[in-house]
Design a protein around this ligand. Sequence first.
Ligand code: FMN
Length: 350
Amino acid sequence: MSADLRTTYMGIELANPLVAAASPLTGTIDGLLSLQDAGASAVVLQSLFEEQIQHHELQVDSILESFTDSFSEARDFFPALDSYNTGPESYVRLVEQAKEVLEIPVIASLNGISRGGWTRYARLIEEAGADALELNIYFVSTDARVAAAEVEARYIDLVTDIASSISIPLAVKIGPYFSSLTNMAMRLTAAGAQGLVLFNRFLYPDISLHRMKVVPTLHLSSSEESLMPLRWIAILSGQLSVSLAASSGIHSAHDVVKLLLAGADVTMMASALLRRGPNHMRQVIGGLRGWLDEHEYTSVKEMKGSMSQAAAPEPGAFERANYMRTLVDFTVASPDPRHFYARRDPIPWD
Ligand SMILES: Cc1cc2nc3c(=O)[nH]c(=O)nc-3n(C[C@H](O)[C@H](O)[C@H](O)COP(=O)(O)O)c2cc1C
């Protein structure tokens, strides 16, 4: 008999642990239907951004008139929002339509950083029928006067506001860059997050030497990037009872298996689906099923977390202890520096 792939995410029972992450594919009904057909157990809709809501509500044109020159980039940016997915009202309609046509759970997504009127969309999204809400907090702190504690308080305040305004489950999607991620995760949970999505993938500006201009970049991810969520999910899953979703670098069935072993409740995919199309989901689910059968696991629940830090025979492998060992192993395996250049797979412990 084939393994039972079911999992539970924020109290929602899912047919398997493969969820489509927020991306342009989850911003249209056609995209959502093709993901459902390919076996996605749930979808996270493309985000509605705080900026979109403010743009809509503040009659931004007249406000921009009064902006100083230092806001000129904002003037360039806002018109682009008109053609970016939908405005706030059509976003709410997208949630309603998605609920009408899909059988799988629909997780809507809000993307913002500040407290304020825009957060009332959480309630509107709930009323539109979303099964859960994901809040993506993508904050790049650049002011040297703002201490880490202040930034963290901002996250907590925002999560508290939104969690207290809705009754559907709330997941918070964050980046990995906190001095104490475990503490932050605990506080986000205490503030009302029932799920954590680890991690947001930061995009970095580049400098075009050809145009002598700072340009945005968006490279799709690769499997190696899943090692970051792997470490932190392994560490957090034994310490917190919150649901954990892995995001970043999940491309193959093996990536999914590893994240589940580390303790993820679900794994989310964006880049792999954008690169290979929604049907890739079907292949990954087949690969997961095959792996479980081959390794004689009867269910996802049985294997989940069995290689977390709490369960692993070597808990130090997830911490600093492994850092030096890894460097030493790399060096000892190739005492002659010329071997570094020649080695194709420089991982002696694999
Ligand atoms: C083109 C593109 C659009 C995205 N749009 C959103 C979005 O609207 N909201 C969001 O929370 N994440 C968004 N993401 C981030 C993904 O949901 C995901 O967290 C990230 O890409 C890492 O996963 P991956 O390695 O599978 O791509 C986007 C990613 C891509 C590549």
